[in-house]
Design a protein around this ligand. Structure first.
Ligand code: SF4
Ligand code: SF4
Length: 531
């Protein structure tokens, strides 16, 4: 469905599009936007996971006991899809070992522990004018600066900026920030709009995009105003577009559709429809990396919920959650923490886990704010979940398939297109934790695909071995046959030679006779005088 909306450029009208479904949960954003972004104090230690991005973990390039400077590379990207990791401050590496991290599995992962020396002493940094560099050089620099998507997916930005032969017409900047409680992008846009816009120009330069569309939900009037002001002064062919507030309007597919009317087909990337999308914080970080030579060392994190001073902090990557929340003063009845928003976030098993590049928000939970979910009841086929699903799936069918372990059917019903937004669970009158079922089914499908991949590889290896043995056999047989043929040929050549000699001999009888006679005569003549 299309609707008209006023965009910024000269008051012209831009047609916006409405995606299917969506919900309006209480936003709970006002609490954390009353004060500006605060720099969080240097923590007592930093725990820096080497896997903070999609793809391969970084490989450590420092040793225990080594002194490092702020911004120094401590983990080098491994493989094509990976990200670099840097020391967020100067200090001493005290350990490289498995530590608790924020992950649904609850399993630890390899982290570098850094004890700050309090000096916050930088490595030398280079400022760069991106217009003097090629797109390849800039992508390399972003890779080595550890720039990844800060909207949640943490996909390495250098990979998203590689579009091959695909022509990118539109660069979409995602400032929607649709999930309740989270306000880090809102505050970043209010306070650092010019640098976000400079980052947008940089990304456009690398992509060769024609236009920049910046989508911001209409519940952030200060951010919209600040971004429009910055865009008017510095960004050409760039529109800051106010979009209706609806969850999950910040989903990539949903935002692209709202702004352009283009639908992203299942399993396809935005680049296949001539669009690429980055979060506003990613654009800001890319700008800091290129223009100021600063790798990704910190990010803005909203600390809210059951705390006395909800606000946004600029926090060093690796800061333990308990240290950060202490600055916002968690209330005594806090019964846990959520990393991310209440819809898609992760309930932490421990508050000693570190903040990572993906951590946009920490919500202190309490029974009052998040009462325990009532027991799940049977599905009554009310189809409320169908009405709100932004991907137009059949959540109740997916639930049945996941519950009965019919994963093939779940896949046929496009389970893998589910963005796990939780809108279906939110409206379900039977309180069924639908998203948990989908996550479980997806992990089973991935595990089976992985097993199949391994089995296919083993089969290929076996088939190749059989083929090699057969080929070696054939080669041996061919060599033997060739040897035999050569021997026969040699034999035949010898017979032919002998035959030729005989034939030659028999074709000259007179000469032979003469020869014999002559020799006989010679002999006679020679003997005769002596006699
Ligand atoms: S979690 Fe998945 S199935 Fe449920 S509403 Fe969101 S996209 Fe649809
Ligand atoms: S909203 Fe809940 S009860 Fe209603 S159809 Fe969906 S899963 Fe069933």
């Amino acid at each position: 469905m299309a609707l008209s909306c006023l965009s910024n450029t000269g008051g012209s009208m831009r047609t916006l599009h409405k995606f299917h479904g969506g919900i309006h949960p209480p936003s709970n954003k006002a609490q954390s936007t009353r004060t500006g972004i605060t720099q969080a104090p240097l923590p007592s230690r930093l725990i820096i996971p080497l896997q903070q991005h999609a793809g391969e973990a970084a490989k450590p390039v420092v040793k225990e006991g080594e002194h490092v400077l702020k911004g120094q590379l401590i983990g080098i990207p491994e493989g094509n899809i990976s990200g670099a990791i840097h020391a967020p401050t100067s200090g001493m590496i005290s350990a490289i070992d498995a530590q608790k991290i924020a992950h649904p599995s609850g399993l630890p992962d390899i982290c570098v522990t850094l004890m700050p020396d309090g000096k916050d002493e930088w490595i030398s940094r280079e400022t760069t004018d991106y217009r003097n560099k090629t797109a390849d050089q800039l992508r390399d620099q972003l890779r080595m600066s550890g720039v990844v998507g800060l909207g949640g997916a943490v996909f390495p930005s250098d990979i998203k900026l590689q579009c091959g032969t695909k022509k990118i017409r539109t660069l979409v900047l995602n400032g929607a920030e649709c999930e309740p409680y989270i306000t880090c992008d809102d505050m970043l846009m209010r306070e650092r709009a010019e640098q976000i816009l400079s980052g947008a120009e940089l990304l456009r330069y690398i992509l060769g995009a024609e236009e920049i569309l910046i989508g911001i939900e209409d519940n952030k009037p200060e951010a919209i105003s600040s971004m429009r002001q910055a865009a008017a002064g510095s960004c050409s062919r760039c529109e800051v577009i106010e979009i209706p507030t609806i969850y999950p309007g910040g989903g990539v597919k949903q935002l692209i559709y709202v702004l352009t009317g283009l639908e992203l087909p299942s399993g396809k990337l935005p680049t296949e429809i001539g669009v690429q999308c980055f979060n506003v914080a990613t654009a800001y970080t890319a700008w800091r990396a290129i223009a100021h030579g600063e790798p990704l060392l910190s990010r803005i994190v909203t600390v809210t919920g059951n705390v006395a001073k909800p606000q946004n902090f600029e926090v060093l990557i690796g800061t333990p959650v308990y240290e950060l929340v202490s600055h916002a003063e968690a209330l005594p009845d806090t019964n846990g923490y959520i990393m991310g928003g209440p819809m898609m976030g992760l309930r932490l098993l421990s508050d000693s886990v570190p903040l990572v590049k993906a951590s946009n928000c920490i919500i202190a939970a309490s029974e009052r704010l998040f009462p325990p979910a009532p027991p799940a009841l049977p599905c009554i086929r009310c189809t409320r979940c169908v009405e709100v699903c932004p991907v137009e799936l059949q959540p109740q069918d997916l639930y049945w398939f996941a519950k009965s372990r019919e994963f093939g059917k779940a896949q046929t019903f496009s389970l893998l297109d589910c963005i796990e937004c939780g809108a279906c669970s939110y409206v379900c009158p039977s309180h069924i934790p639908l998203v948990q079922y989908y996550r479980y089914a997806k992990s089973e499908i991935r595990a089976r695909a992985h097993e199949k991949q391994n089995a296919d590889k083993a089969r290929e290896r076996h088939e190749f071995r059989e083929y090699r043995i057969e080929r070696e056999k054939q080669e041996k047989a061919e060599k033997l046959a060739a040897k035999e043929r050569a021997a026969l040929a040699a034999k035949a050549a010898k017979v032919e030679e002998v035959t030729d000699t005989i034939i030659t001999a028999s074709s000259k009888p007179a000469e032979i006779d003469i020869g014999i006679n002559m020799s006989h005569t010679d002999k006679t003549e020679a003997v005769t005088p002596k006699d």
